[in-house]
Design a protein around this ligand. Sequence first.
Ligand code: TPP
Ligand code: MG
Length: 383
Amino acid sequence: MRTTVSTYQMLTGDDGSPIQLLSPTGERRHHERYDRLIEDIDRGALVALYEDMVVARRIDAEGTALQRQGQLGLWPPFVGQEAAQIGSAHAIRSDDFIFASYREIAVAYVRGIPAPDLMKQWRGTANAGWDPSTFNMAPTQVVIGAQTLHAVGYAMGVQFDGAETAVITYFGDGATSQGDVNESMVFAASFQAPVVFFCQNNHWAISEPVGLQAHVPIGLRAPGFGIPSVRVDGNDVLACLAVTREALQRARSGNGPSYIEAVTYRMGAHTTADDPTRYRDANELEDWRSRDPISRLEAHLADLGFLDDALRGRVAEKADAVAASLREATINMPEPEPQELLEHVYAGPHPILDRQLDYLQRYHAGFADDAAHSAGTHAEGGH
Ligand SMILES: Cc1ncc(C[n+]2csc(CCOP(=O)(O)OP(=O)(O)O)c2C)c(N)n1
Ligand SMILES: [Mg+2]
């Protein structure tokens, strides 16, 4: 009798290091398996990746500034994670479907979500910033890990339809400890759903370090479910593009789910409501600063002779224009009517919601007296 050993495993570089196609100083590292996946990436495609990364970082800075100025309720910075998000997003086809978390703002930007729609959720003017069916991207999820269940369910639907669509879901290192993520992997493996699990291991789940969540690399969690896995350098835009292309192709061709652990770093705060200096070592941040994903691509472009003042200027101009449109859209966003909060909960009227609406209207009407009173006091005070 022969014993068969399961071949599910996690692909890595040498000694378990993440797969790299660009060294931290921008030299191209050749890789037998992944080179062919980016052989079409010419000067124009490299510049497009660079432009998107720079613009995304500017969107992030603008979001943080708008929150500090009281224009947004909250903002989740993704600075440091541009290569993971932009590299993977460039691999996604327009007919593929994306289920992401709050932090994947750069993915949404590459998807073509208009600036005002990107900001609605953070200004609190809409429950969803955009129509998912227009962009093939679901509204971003704040319930940690829940989007992976939605993704697998959608992927199973795609399978029933016999469509040639791949589904990709983004989540964090902390999310991998959630039941939802584990349950979705069971379903994905059982039904060989056409889904890619893209985990951005940014080393922190708010104040909890990844080492506490997992005593093995996060990517090793997938093979136990029967899902092939790869550990990639999440600050290397070319490597992220290559592994995501491979995984999406596997899904589209009926070969089931894949898992990607992109090893990156959250250089900013968890959100604008968080102060990371209270729980993390400044040296750690400095160490990761030296692996900045944008500097790495700049070094590569410079190596190839593609980076000059004209390109820098053009990209900076684009970033400024996008940031200005984001700011204008945010500040001028129409305020929703309070009752809109209860719309779209059910397809039609519902007695409980009717009662809540009635309460809401009486509650707001109560302020009308106050407003009239203070207007009167004000007028009297004027004399
Ligand atoms: C179900 C659920 N539990 C807890 C939270 C509170 N929470 C918000 S973000 C977060 C940490 C998530 O960390 P990770 O998955 O690594 O993603 P990251 O924020 O680093 O991108 C937690 C616990 C939540 N939003 N949802
Ligand atoms: Mg995290």
